[in-house]
Design a protein around this ligand. Structure first.
Ligand code: SF4
Length: 320
């Protein structure tokens, strides 16, 4: 355990008298002593976002990790593939994830072995891989993409057909904008798939002046009801730039905290309580503190995977 003065913590378990204020004070002290930064994804709980040095989408945070000159330690509050991407782009830094069980069911829907089989069936089709995937899957791909740049990335390949993994909803959304034939992997985000067209319709009835922002991981039927189909970064931009004063937000609930914080004069309505990702909620203030205390859980990517996965990410960055 890292020695940290008068902290009430002892081996990682909080005592019943611990308060949130004490937790935050302990985290702040350790962050300084460890020369650490805390990064939080837009879907994290509000208290995790509020204690973070930077809040953003997975790629923004990974690029931030690579470009931060000072910190020796990065605590990445998100799910495992995000922390892996940060490690790929900042290999010399110690990247920690507070809860190693915070995974992504959509990323787990494709394996390197299964993808190699599909590649063998379509030997000339380049492979585009959504960043929501493991490093081992990224290593099998030609280029990665985000929900913000997927159309641009696929177009950059100038191919007749591409294999797109793992999110079939994002892939189908991209297909609407391009003539390249998309061979879609049948993966999906379980959280965004719980959002139904009726959720949008009932929210529109309740808030008739509101504009509807939908994440492209939602189903086509939900996307069809949107005013804006945008990534989480796109939602931040639309909320800031639109003349609308109210928004219905069809993505994971954590996004609402950032939107409300940055636009206190505007109204934001979550599409439905069911759109909550349990994996994103596994990181807590307690786990962040323990992560800083004990320097766990370190993210490692085997070198032979890391080199190929990094190449796919860097290729995306160069075309975006
Ligand atoms: S919201 Fe969906 S894509 Fe994001 S971590 Fe959760 S399951 Fe994965």
């Amino acid at each position: 355990m890292f020695p940290h003065g008068k902290s009430v913590y002892n081996g990682g378990m909080p005592t019943p008298t611990d308060s949130t204020a004490q937790l935050i004070a302990d985290i702040n002290r350790l962050r300084e002593e460890r020369h650490a930064v805390i990064l939080a994804h837009n879907y994290q709980d509000p208290e995790v976002q509020d204690i973070a040095d930077y809040v953003g989408d997975s790629l923004e945070l990974s690029i931030k990790s690579a470009n931060l000159p000072e910190p020796e330690v990065i605590v990445f509050c998100g799910v495992d593939f995000m922390a892996e991407t940060a490690k790929l782009l900042a290999p010399e830094k110690l990247v920690l994830i507070p809860d190693p069980e915070a995974g992504c069911p959509m990323a787990d829907m494709v394996t390197p072995e299964a993808l190699r089989q599909l590649k063998a069936e379509h030997p000339v089709a380049p492979v585009v891989c959504y960043v929501n995937s493991s490093a081992a899957v990224k290593a099998e791909c030609d280029i990665t993409c985000t929900s913000a740049n997927a159309v641009q990335v696929v177009n950059s390949l100038q191919a007749d057909e591409v294999i797109f993994v793992p999110d079939q909803c994002l892939g189908a959304w991209v297909q609407r904008h391009i003539s390249t034939r998309m061979i879609l992997w049948p993966g999906f985000c379980p959280t965004h798939n719980l959002i139904l067209p009726d959720h949008i319709r009932s929210q529109r009835l309740a808030h008739p002046q509101a504009e509807v922002m939908v994440h492209p991981e939602c189903t086509a039927a939900v996307i069809d009801l949107a005013d804006h189909v945008v990534s989480t970064g796109g939602m931040v931009r639309v909320a800031r730039e639109s003349a609308a004063q109210e928004f219905i937000v069809a993505t994971e609930e954590g996004m609402l905290h950032r939107l409300r914080k940055e636009n206190p004069e505007k109204g934001f309505y979550h599409v439905a309580p069911v759109a909550m990702c349990p994996n994103m909620k596994k990181n807590t203030l307690e786990k962040i503190l323990w992560s800083l205390q004990d320097l766990h859980y370190a993210v490692e990517v085997p070198a032979e995977v890391a080199d190929r996965a990094r190449r796919a990410i860097q290729r995306m960055i160069s075309v975006s």
